[in-house]
Ligand binder design. Sequence first.
Ligand SMILES: C[S@@+](CC[C@H](N)C(=O)[O-])C[C@H]1O[C@@H](n2cnc3c(N)ncnc32)[C@H](O)[C@@H]1O
Length: 271
Amino acid sequence: MTTTADELREEVRRRYAESARAVTAGSSECGCGSGSCCGDEPTESNFGEALYDAEQRGELPEAATLASLGCGNPTAVAELREGETVLDLGSGGGIDVILSAKRVGPGGIAYGLDMTDEMLALARQNARDAGVTNTHFLKGVIEEIPLPADSVDVVISNCVINLSVDKPAVLAELARVLRPGGRLGLSDVVAEDRLEPAERAERGSYVGCIAGALSQGEYVAGLEAAGFVDVDVTFTHEVADGIHGAIVKATKPAAASRELPLAGTAKAGCC
Ligand SMILES: C[S@@+](CC[C@H](N)C(=O)[O-])C[C@H]1O[C@@H](n2cnc3c(N)ncnc32)[C@H](O)[C@@H]1O
């Protein structure tokens, strides 16, 4: 029996709802590095809170670090600046939104987007516990981002795009919501180009962030097709044979420069 895209997405939602409930109940049972959520046989350092340095972990409530299910640290990649608007796709327990909110300061905004109610509730509680007031957690899917075009300076995401059932739609949405000149700083699971989709699926499950991984070449081609420039996909650590945690960077081209004045209208002596 084949699984439809809707069924697969529902399976992902159910799995991460379970994970949020486990953290809310005070257990990290279903977290990456200790179970089945992000990789079927992850080691402690492949996924989750171990990918953040001690200083960053010190800035966070315990439940936010316990809920960390990522495969990298996008806030370390994105070089956030004061006053920027940041969007985290698949924000989970809110770890990267809280860290981003602190980086962009009170003049900036950190949005988290997630489809799982239990994760949104956990993230909102974690943000309150962290004392940050410039966070907004939105319910929705990353294939249809509930924000206007050209409204975000930086998109980050941690171990989520591999879970999408429609990756071209996600990449098109990234290009739509970013302002011209805006940038991506993503962490994701990415396969070596030698692995066919069936070989990726042999190495781990879809909900475990392995089977749905794009290959490095597919990621670059997808981002370029969506209009991004300066695309770079760099492996950071292997999580299964031929499958890696990776940093993905790209930029939305700046708006075309204003047209030159028509001949004869430029001031004498100018240009
Ligand atoms: C592996 S967890 C990562 C959570 C968080 N980024 C972190 O680093 O801890 C995946 C998260 O993405 C959310 N998610 C998965 N697919 C999604 C989709 N298509 N749209 C919105 N959220 C999604 C899940 O609900 C879950 O909270």
